[in-house]
Design a protein around this ligand. Structure first.
Ligand code: ZN
Length: 122
């Protein structure tokens, strides 16, 4: 398009004439240009407020991803350890201190503490 003030060829989407500096937003298709140019700063302001929340959400997603990974993967050993423990107490087999400590650390702290405090189970 051409600047209505100086008549020079300028970009169609230009809000201001680069040659004379005149504002062209209202001229170049009013409703198209003005809302396009005006809300742009608002959009960046609006996206800045949620972006903080989005960052927090992202951090929470990472935390929950790590936690879900942390809780899902241990199922690979928490289940066998629980079954092994059940097997041992059923058969009256001694439960090693290592197993108890491992239970405390990797399965359930309370269960491990109970096992370690339990004098009945060897
Ligand atoms: Zn101009």
């Amino acid at each position: 398009m051409y600047c209505r003030y100086c008549g020079k060829l300028i970009d169609d989407g230009a809000a201001f004439c680069p040659h004379c500096g005149s504002r062209l937003a209202e001229y170049a298709g009013g409703s198209f240009q003005t809302p396009h140019q005006a809300p742009a700063p608002q959009d960046t302001q609006q996206t800045k407020t949620p972006s903080t929340l989005a960052t927090v959400a992202y951090v929470f997603m990472i935390i929950y991803t790590v936690l879900s990974g942390f809780f899902l993967i241990p199922l690979a050993w928490t289940l066998p350890m629980t079954l092994t423990f059940k097997n041992k107490i059923d058969k009256g087999l001694p439960v090693g201190v290592g197993f108890k400590v491992c239970t405390l650390l990797f399965v359930s702290m309370i269960a491990g503490i109970l096992m370690l405090c339990d004098d009945q189970t060897p």
